[in-house]
Design a protein around this ligand. Sequence first.
Ligand SMILES: Cc1cc2nc3c(=O)[nH]c(=O)nc-3n(C[C@H](O)[C@H](O)[C@H](O)COP(=O)(O)OP(=O)(O)OC[C@H]3O[C@@H](n4cnc5c(N)ncnc54)[C@H](O)[C@@H]3O)c2cc1C
Length: 594
Amino acid sequence: MSDSETSETVPAHDTVDASVLVIGAGAAGARTAIELAERGVDDVLVLGKRGHGDAHTTWARGGINGALGTHDPDDSWAIHAADTLNEGHFLNDPEKVETVAKQMPDRLRELDEWGMEFSRTEDGGIDQRFFGAQSFRRTAFAGDHTGESMLNALVDRAQELSVPYRENVMITSVLSDGDRAYGAVGFDMDTGEYVLFNAGAVVLAAGGYAAIYNRHTSREDENNGDGPALAYRAGAELMDMEFVQFHPTGMAVDESDPEWEPWSGRLVTEAVRGEGGRLYNAEGERFMERYSPKQMELDARDVVARAIAREVAEGRGTENGGVYLDLSHKSRSFIRERLPRMYERFDGLGVDMASEAVEVAPTAHYGMGGVAVDEYGETGVNGLFAIGETMAGVHGANRLGGNSLAETVAFGVVAGERIAGRVDGPGRIPERVLDGVAKPQMRDLTALAGRDGAHEVTDVFADLQDLLWTHAGILRDEESLRAGLDELSALRESASDMDVGPITSDSFEFAVDVGFMLTAAEAVLRGALKRTESRGAHYRTDHPDVDPDWRRNVYFERADLGGMSAHTGTVGTPSEAVQDALDEGHELDYHQLE
Ligand SMILES: Cc1cc2nc3c(=O)[nH]c(=O)nc-3n(C[C@H](O)[C@H](O)[C@H](O)COP(=O)(O)OP(=O)(O)OC[C@H]3O[C@@H](n4cnc5c(N)ncnc54)[C@H](O)[C@@H]3O)c2cc1C
């Protein structure tokens, strides 16, 4: 590490050398670093824009998939892959799906060895439960704190291997000439100092983009599209961004009430329906009978979310724009035992789940799209990898619950192995990249800090989230998507004239985030407009059916003259083993759901 002063026009900055720079300290970043360290790669640096061990992963609750067959010995990696392709409506990359499904039994056993506190069967095995749309009990879990326990185990393992970690650093640009990545630039959020990272390879494990919607389940100020936007600006392609999973049951609250407002959109776990929760509209009708008489409340997330959206749109919603989720036919002791955190949360807000219903409405939960990568997680930019929630390809048009945590560790291993075989120290950032990318970026950040603009950052941030919800929400059509793109252009203008605090202020961080969000938002709107069919989580009211000709991925790249340029590409074919599993037609018996 060395301090360096540069010419008057370039702000002072710290320069840090790393053989591999891992941007993101959630499960995906941590697992990549472990793989690299175990393979003897020195000087790996992991960084995050929050404290050590604190990443969005800690919010994952329900579980992580892997065909261990604890209870169901007939389960196999091939059936796991088949279930994933089915739920993804065959837009997933079969090769990536296979990678995850094949690896997961070993990854789970390894997490167990590293101290993850898995819930156990009576004879001490890793317990597994049913999760929506999976043929067998395949979801391993640590109570209802799976992500937290998993990240703790990964952080402990990384510490055992002495992997260096730097906290509270926000990366604003990957250093690339469009062909190759050389590092990244950002700032220390505590001191405001600029930092130039010089690296032999760069791994983006910076999370997803579901929080670009105003109702979302993500942690505050995360999942704003940093990962996809950083990759795109560096010359990588984005893929499938129009596919956003709306979870049917986010909390619907009176947003004018300060006690309730922070809870808007927060997840009410699927387990409430799994335990027998029933959905009613404001007229007291159990409306799922009309949409899915067989599977009722336990149909796929997109089906239930659309049903709720329709009930509300057609005037049968509650005052807070939702429907009722009722478990009051179950005993208090049952609810307290099976859903302790949910019970406590509502109890704290003065709602007794044992005697009254809670209000719920769909909420943006997960972006299936992201950065287009090859089978090792590498983007089209040499040496730039994107993994975990930042990457696209595993989930297709809809994600199977429990598969995103699986993807983080499976691709952490694959990418780590690939990089370890190639990287040879930090390398050197070419002058043209320093002059053409790093220095202008630091100057831009300097110009942004303390800017006296006409628009509050928080207003632009909120307007952008409202725009996405209104124009690229659960139900979409051409007219609304086009209007959304027009509004986005106007918002870009506002974003270029924001009132921003000093570099260590929250408003500075949000202002940088607005830039990432604008990129992600444009790709979502354009992808949704381009895809003239309905498939999985993407529903066009003006094209309500699946179009077999649209079994294609939509890609976005930066056009030479600026602007997003779109093209489509075909999807691969499943291997024989997975095709056999598909042909066997395994299906979840919904009545077995816990
Ligand atoms: C409420 C909720 C419940 C969920 N439950 C489940 C579940 O039960 N099972 C399941 O499989 N999945 C679940 N998911 C999804 C799952 O949690 C995530 O997909 C997964 O944890 C993502 O891990 P990651 O490592 O890719 O990213 P993250 O954990 O989001 O980590 C991203 C990292 O990047 C850093 N970062 C971001 N931007 C920057 C930047 N500009 N500069 C520097 N650092 C940056 C962050 O600080 C962080 O360290 C859930 C999601 C939510 C919202």
